[in-house]
Write a protein that binds this ligand. Sequence first.
Ligand code: 6PG
Length: 250
Amino acid sequence: MIQQFQNIEQVSNAAVRRIIEIARTAVAAKGFCTIVLAGGKTPQLTYEYLGNAPASQQIFWQQIHFFWGDERWLAASHPDSNFFMANKALLARVPIPHNNIHRINTGSANPEMGAEMYEKHLRAFFLQRPSGAENKMAGDMSFPSFDLVILGMGTDGHTASIFPGSNLLEEEKKWVAAVPQGIGAPPVARVTLTLPVLNRAENTLFLISGNRKREILHAILTRPAEAEAIYPAARIKPAGSILWLVAEKD
Ligand code: 6PG
């Protein structure tokens, strides 16, 4: 489904409403909710709004677990780090337990090791859950299912850190992968969740703003086969719901 808005403020308000709805439903059903955060600039306002009252008072922070769809290979204190942005905009402002923040650690020797460690962390997390995702894994042992995956899209059609032409478009086994060569903006190495994981999401929320991204979205919706060959974001075809929130203006 697509919802169009004039500006990013309206998109962010709609995103916050959707996040609250999904979080409350998951917590009521199984006692916790797993949310994958997007990086980049577009979601920043959504995170800020989510941390503001009254939105923040509608979330059971003790039961929410945050993960990242991708991370740039930068120190956690670097302003371009996806963790840094989400922490500043949201996490540091709400009463979420430290153990519920599952950031992609960029402190290890290289992105390959970082990816391996994050995958191990995710496997341990999902195996320990007494319900929800763990039950799903019993039916589908290979991949976890997050309650909500928030994604952005680049003006080249990349999503998370899966870029056009990447061999990660063919990944079938890993949950998390390294992008060792510097790419994107900023042009640094990255660690990303893979398509099989992103496509197991219960709910997916894309935040889109600006003309170029709207053109790509139009191609994805109207010429899907063609778009899939060009834009990684077109390869996001999750098992669950997908909502595109689109702002006309950048
Ligand atoms: C990243 C991302 C990436 C992002 C898009 C859009 O770390 O770069 O997670 O996939 O969502 O590049 O970025 P903007 O919102 O800044 O345009």
